[in-house]
Ligand binder design. Structure first.
Ligand code: NFE
Ligand code: MG
Length: 461
């Protein structure tokens, strides 16, 4: 038996530690460990409910749009705001869509490719992985060229977002009632020009690079199935009445999709460093820590639907929406992220066309003295829920149940693992001195621990 500790295992986004025990060339035990406590939910207590929109964005520099949106939706429910104007809906889709594209491009090219491609002999890549790099020299070089081009394209996606959302990573225009940015023809034209370049990259380079990777590493279609239960809250409204969404909502297992009942979403804290009161329904739970709790091993709570762990993210969305032909595996996650990027790029063009120059983007509203609300949406990494309660115009409780919290969830009261832990169990690791297969599986989920643990503690827990 050999214990391997990868810490951190994520390239950019936060601090995920993964521990695996390997016996007979296979993973027999896996633990996903969130090593940071951040306490955003605690920071919100006592503040004006509207502060949730700017403050929760700071949870993460990769997906601030999603936290702004989820907070906004939660407040809209609490404030009794119904429909936002067409322009408001479209601008939210455009800002989120641009953010999806930058997020998926950075995942494929900058967070994943280094697991599969030999990077240049350059001090920047001095710690790159070795071994099992299967592409021939020409294919490898093309991927490396696209690694650098993707940095440019990703910058353009940020620019697109900035036109209607504000400069990344601070989206200042998403507010309860709609948005604050009234469309001008100049901004629409600028976004269209940026989108043309981004979409061409997605349809050409990204598509062919995903195919190349999927062909060379086709065995990755047989690995890392995880829990097999997929969850999506639904994303990108296509009409003003919120009847039609680009991504459907649903819970899917064994080929059957059921409607999502938000009352069934809860968090378990049996193995997380929190007090019992921090578990349960996000509308009534809290973020009370318990750093000395025996048996606990992570700052990540364990979200459950009913009693079940669920995988969230592009693969879940593509399966539930009927866009994914394959199965559930590490490579299916990479392919689904591409499928989704193409869909979003194509729809972005339509949303830009649908905007009406000068037309309203928001509706006025009154703020009640007290209330509760839940906002549910799809962030690039999956299903995101914010729950707010306030009275006397002060927040009395705020909970965020975040995509990576679902995917990197620890065991629950029934000792059942979350998707990432489960995906690692049974994985073949022929050379324990080079646990590259483990890294590939972890990265297929595109984990973001900044989001998942949403105060940095300078002393070890
Ligand atoms: Ni920090 Fe995030 C996304 C959210 S994931 S990237 O997408 O919400 O846990
Ligand atoms: Mg939380």
């Amino acid at each position: 038996m050999r214990k391997i500790v990868l810490d951190p295992v994520t390239r950019l986004e936060g601090h995920l530690k993964v521990e695996v025990d390997i016996d007979g060339g296979k993973v027999v035990e896996a633990r996903a460990v969130g090593t940071m406590f951040r306490g955003f939910e605690t920071i919100l207590n006592g503040r004006d409910p509207r502060d949730a929109v700017p403050i929760t964005q700071r949870i993460c520099g990769v997906c601030p749009v999603s936290h702004a949106t989820a907070a906004t939706l939660a407040l809209e429910e609490a404030f009794g705001i119904g429909q936002v104007p067409t322009n408001g809906r479209l601008i939210r889709n455009i800002v989120l869509g641009g953010n999806y594209l930058q997020s998926h491009i950075i995942h494929f090219y900058h967070l994943s490719l280094p697991d599969y491609v030999k990077l240049p002999d350059n001090p920047l890549f001095a710690n790159a992985h070795k071994g099992d790099m299967r592409l021939n020299a020409a294919a490898n070089q093309q991927m490396v060229d696209h690694y650098f081009k993707a940095l440019e394209i990703r910058r353009k996606a940020h620019e697109l977002v900035a036109h209607f959302g504000g400069k990344m990573p601070h989206q200042v225009t998403i507010v309860p009632g709609g948005t604050t940015q009234i469309p001008t023809q100049a901004r629409i034209d600028a976004c269209k020009a940026l989108l043309a370049e981004i979409a061409a990259f997605v349809e050409n380079e990204y598509q062919s690079d995903v195919n190349t990777l999927a062909t060379a590493y086709s065995d990755m279609f047989q690995t890392a199935r995880g829990v097999g239960r997929m969850l999506s809250y639904g994303g990108f409204p296509l009409d003003d009445g919120n009847q039609k969404f680009l991504f459907a909502s649903g819970v899917n297992a064994d080929g059957v999709t059921q409607k999502v009942d938000r009352a069934r979403v809860s968090e378990d804290v049996t193995y997380a460093w929190y007090d019992k009161s921090a578990g349960g329904d996000p509308l009534s739970s809290n973020t009370q820590t318990s750093a000395d709790k025996s048996g606990a091993y992570t700052w990540v709570k364990a979200p459950r639907y009913g009693d079940e762990p669920c995988e969230v993210g592009p693969l879940a969305r593509m399966i539930i929406s009927g866009y994914h032909q394959g199965g559930i595996s590490a490579m299916d996650r990479i392919v689904a992220r591409y499928t989704e990027s193409r869909l979003v790029a194509r729809h972005l063009a339509g949303w830009l066309d649908e905007l009406t120059v000068g037309a309203p983007v928001a509706v006025p509203y009154e703020i009640p003295e007290s209330g509760t609300g839940i906002g549910m949406m799809e962030a690039p990494r999956g299903a995101l829920l914010h729950a707010v309660r306030f009275s006397g115009m002060k927040i009395t409780g705020y909970q965020a149940v975040v995509p990576t919290t679902w995917n990197a969830s620890p065991r629950d009261a029934k000792n059942v693992s979350g998707p990432l832990e489960k995906a690692l169990l049974g994985l073949e690791v022929p050379d324990p001195d080079n646990p590259l297969p483990v890294v590939r599986v972890v990265h297929s989920f595109d984990p973001c621990l900044a989001c998942a643990v949403h105060m940095f503690q300078t002393e070890p827990a």
